[in-house]
Design a protein around this ligand. Sequence first.
Ligand code: PMP
Length: 284
Amino acid sequence: RFAYVDGQYVPHAKACVHIEDRGFQFADAIYEVIAIRNGALMDERGHLDRLVRSLNELKIPLPMSLTALPIVMRELIRRNRVRNAALYMQITRGEAARDFRFDPDLAPTLVMTVRRADFSHTKQLNQGLKILSVPDLRWARPDIKTVMLLPSSLAKMHALEQGADDAWLVDANGYVTEGSSNNAWIVTADGELVTRPADGRILKGVTRSALQHIATLFQLRIVERPFTIAEAQAACEAFSTSASAFVAPVVSIDGKMIGDGKPGRVALGMRERYLRYSEGAHGA
Ligand code: PMP
């Protein structure tokens, strides 16, 4: 297994960055996760666009050109001989003696890894996810994909300790922001797919955007508005979306069954459409 660290392909076990890297000292870093399914990168363009946006928001320079980056990604995939995997990319502001001030011209650190994945998602699809609602304690810029993931990790652990599969985060007004590492959706009795607007309180998921695109193709109605846990519990269906889980049906929230308590027809249909869409869209 190989990793890419700052210009070199190295054995995964030997891959490391310096202790004075600002990613380690300040969580001064952004990341992306891209699924590789049947050898093809899913939604590559969307993820690279968001990577550039995250870097711009933090004024971290691109570590290499946008022509070179996909070449490195493909070379790492090739060296790891994977066909179904998750590609992880992290870019930190770089290495410097620990100081709240930083040199705007610091050379960023680029790290890439590839990890095999099973995208059959058997358990997730057969049983659906049990969700626990947890207060959203993240910083005020969750729209940037930074590695400051501690509140989300603690929320997920809390959910697991309570016997659930994942956490949905809830803002101070009682509205769902998103899942610990995914976007949250419900399906209403009118057949509307409801998800929170990208209002700065969520990460604008690439999978979420793909579903919006698919909805226009199939004339499905997607409504962007915030919803509460009570509304989600009373919905016909609920699901979450992310690059690694695709579309994951939700069957209960805080112990309350959604619909008939089984993975929903709309969620499973969207998953199938998403898989077909991404087969058509790879290389884009
Ligand atoms: N929200 C959060 C907080 C996430 O970490 C993720 C996963 N990166 C998502 C949403 C889903 O985004 P995407 O569909 O681009 O994976």
